[in-house]
Design a protein around this ligand. Structure first.
Ligand SMILES: [Zn+2]
Length: 379
């Protein structure tokens, strides 16, 4: 009998041999996450074309596409054009390797299924966080894709939802997704009702472009559906220069709501204006910290971790956000808070949940179940 097929032989392999394997696997996954982080927010495919230098577009052959080593070997430069390759590529590979290593050491003794699930979730969180910081969006591939993946993982691994029955687990996963979606959607709507406005300072002489579907700021693009929830929601700014398709203004106050575009005292129907470009220094948006991306993101968390975890993530993320906000005020950097996305707080809070002792999770679940039975006594 060959030793490869002997299960006893595999059981004798030291645990930390697998630790090393998980680290290597993680750094390879990290190399793919780098592609996701660069391409997803730009609407590019993550599989095609194959790895290439963003500067000179030369293909990167497989032997120069080895995680961690390549970057060190080439000292962070493209082999063809010598253009620098950002240290983030190396950092993401290293971080993913370390996250996989930790996951294996914490969840591996439980089961390989748990370790794979956690590694998948952490990979998604890493991509979502880095994209959210840079572009203020979480792509649908991560959020909607995450919801789909959550359902599949729950069907395959019912232990994720504390059961042995695959269909029960799928049901709990679906319930988690729906409750996660509704919960954050409710908060977004409520936030608009309570606060409503967000003032953003823009770089000097920044250019704003209003297309038919979205507002393009220097560092982010916001679809109108994320800006206008109510008819009274209004974008306001002072334009030093304002260009429409057929005319041009200088030094005007602009107010835009779903029904009306006002330029100083002139009023027109936004439907008639297909394109508008403005130069200004600041803008007031009808927007809360959380957006529809966060709604879908919480749906994905619910699909993987169940509805109890969505309430936990929401509460802990708001605590993290609030303490960071207070810290920024204390160091006199309050303006930074408008430049911080909310998605990473949600991800961090969910990570706290994932690695929290099971007994603590049980306490939280118990309290929420008590609360649910008060609201809904039939259950
Ligand atoms: Zn190059």
């Amino acid at each position: 009998m060959t030793p490869l097929l002997d299960s006893q032989h595999w059981r004798d392999v030291p645990f930390h041999f697998w630790s090393v394997c998980w680290f290597i696997l993680g750094s390879m996954v990290g190399s793919f996450l780098n592609v996701c982080i660069h391409r997803m927010p730009r609407g590019l495919s993550v599989v095609h074309p194959p790895s290439h230098c963003p500067h000179c577009a030369s293909r990167i052959p497989w032997y120069l596409n080895i995680p961690l080593f390549t970057w060190l070997l080439l000292r962070g430069k493209c082999v063809q054009c010598k253009a620098p390759i950002h240290v983030r590529y190396f950092a993401v590979e290293l971080l993913t390797g370390v996250l996989f290593l930790i996951t294996w050491n914490v969840m591996g003794p439980l089961s390989i299924g748990w370790a794979l699930t956690y590694a998948t979730i952490l990979s998604g969180f890493l991509v979502a966080t880095l994209i959210d910081f840079e572009h203020f969006i979480i792509p649908d591939q991560i959020t909607l894709g995450g919801m789909g993946a959550g359902l599949v993982f729950s069907l395959v691994l019912p232990a994720l939802h504390g059961t042995e029955d695959h269909i029960t687990s799928l049901g709990r996963s679906a319930a988690g997704a729906v409750i996660g979606l509704l919960l954050v959607y409710g908060i977004v709507r409520l936030g608009k009702l309570l606060f409503g406005k967000l003032h953003i300072a823009l770089p000097d002489k920044a250019k704003l472009v209003f297309t038919e579907t979205a507002l393009i700021l220097p560092e982010e693009t916001i679809p109108y559906e994320e800006l206008f929830y109510r008819k009274t929601d209004c974008i306001r700014f002072h334009a030093t220069r304002l260009e429409l398709v057929d005319r041009c203004y200088a030094g005007v106050e602009v107010r835009i709501s779903p029904r009306q575009l006002r330029i100083d005292d002139e009023s027109m129907d936004p439907e008639d204006v297909s394109f508008m470009e403005a130069v200004c220094d600041s803008i007031t948006l009808p927007r809360e910290a959380m957006g529809l991306g966060d709604v879908k993101f919480m749906g994905a968390i619910g699909a993987f971790l169940g509805w109890h975890a969505t309430f936990f993530s929401l509460m802990i993320s708001s605590l993290i956000g609030a303490s960071l906000g207070v810290s920024l005020i204390l160091i006199g950097r309050r303006d930074w808070s408008s430049r911080l996305p909310y998605g990473p707080y949600i991800a961090l809070a969910a990570v706290v949940w994932m690695f929290m002792p099971e007994a603590w999770q049980a306490i939280w679940k118990g309290h929420l179940d008590d609360l649910a039975s008060v609201i809904h006594p039939g259950r």
